[in-house]
Design a protein around this ligand. Structure first.
Ligand SMILES: Cc1cc2nc3c(=O)[nH]c(=O)nc-3n(C[C@H](O)[C@H](O)[C@H](O)COP(=O)(O)O)c2cc1C
Length: 269
């Protein structure tokens, strides 16, 4: 058989395809645990960043172990679940994955469309809340996971509040698919920094942060609870406004926030 016959060409092409597919799939399998590990480290870095903890030149995992205490909160009651493992391994903070838990019927619930301003359809019935603690174990800040629809994607992030649950300490997004330079400006450090110090609740305890379409007018009396919208990104901006309102409202962490206000932090309960 001549070396340039059709049969030989097909055999060589199939051989190359087989070798390549074996190489690609073994790389994917061997790297998957590394990818999961990197994703976990990235999440930890975002939790630290939202809590205003600088991790440059430090081991993020060590800082997280020293400064963060993660608790499992039942959203409807606002109660902290002391032994989440008893309900499910998936609720243990180190295993907690919003996407996974949202798909387990007994650990999650569908959201009536009239309430679903974050556009997420289902939510976990329990969420992990992160407390920033000092060396004596006193709570300095709370960090709440938040998520909701932007234009192209569901955006996943954190918002941190001071221990009196009054002002914003920081925000970060660790996963989204918005357009770089438009909705992707959720990652802009200046924009994220503009949240720090904003007054988050009114006298009645309602979450009052507004992400505006446009810029905040500093002379406006409401400026201390307003945030600049992302320019050219009306839909991502609206998504941000809605997802924060959802998660810090009565269907999100509201009952937990009310409980902490009424009873003091759970350390004192
Ligand atoms: C390629 C492309 C990417 C876009 N990405 C975003 C985005 O990430 N977020 C967003 O809100 N709008 C994005 N937009 C703009 C929206 O399509 C839409 O025009 C805009 O949100 C509406 O804003 P307006 O009411 O100010 O016109 C994008 C537009 C194009 C053409």
């Amino acid at each position: 058989m001549s070396s340039d016959s059709t049969k030989k060409t097909i055999q060589v092409a199939l051989g190359i395809c087989l070798v390549c597919s074996i190489l690609v799939s073994s790389a994917a399998v061997s790297l998957s645990s590394r990818q999961a590990e990197n994703k976990q480290v990235d999440k930890i870095k975002n939790i630290l960043a939202a809590g205003g903890i600088d991790y440059t030149n430090q081991d993020p995992q060590q800082l997280y172990n020293d400064k963060i205490k993660a608790v499992t909160v039942e959203l409807e009651s606002g109660k902290i679940i002391d032994d989440p493992k008893e309900k499910s391994d998936l609720l243990v903070p180190k295993n907690f994955d919003i996407k996974k838990v949202s798909n387990v019927p007994e650990l999650s619930e569908s959201i009536p469309s009239s309430e679903d301003i974050a556009g997420i359809k289902r939510k976990p019935s329990y969420m992990t809340v992160y407390e920033v603690v000092d060396q004596s174990g006193n709570i300095q800040k709370y960090i709440f996971p938040v998520h909701g629809k932007g234009l192209w994607s569901t955006m996943y992030g954190f918002i941190s509040l001071d221990n009196k649950l009054k002002t914003v300490e920081g925000i970060t997004f660790y996963e989204h698919g918005e357009t770089p330079g438009l909705g992707g400006e959720v990652d802009n450090p200046n924009w994220k920094a503009s949240w720090k110090g904003k007054k988050a609740f009114n006298e009645e305890g309602e979450f009052i942060i507004e992400v505006l379409k446009g810029k905040v007018d500093p002379s406006n009396p409401n400026a201390n609870h307003q945030i600049d919208g992302l320019s050219g990104s009306t839909l991502t901006t609206r998504g941000l406004d809605n997802l924060m309102k959802y998660w810090l409202g009565e269907n999100g962490y509201g009952p937990f926030i009310d409980k902490v206000r009424e009873e003091g932090s759970h350390e004192e309960i």
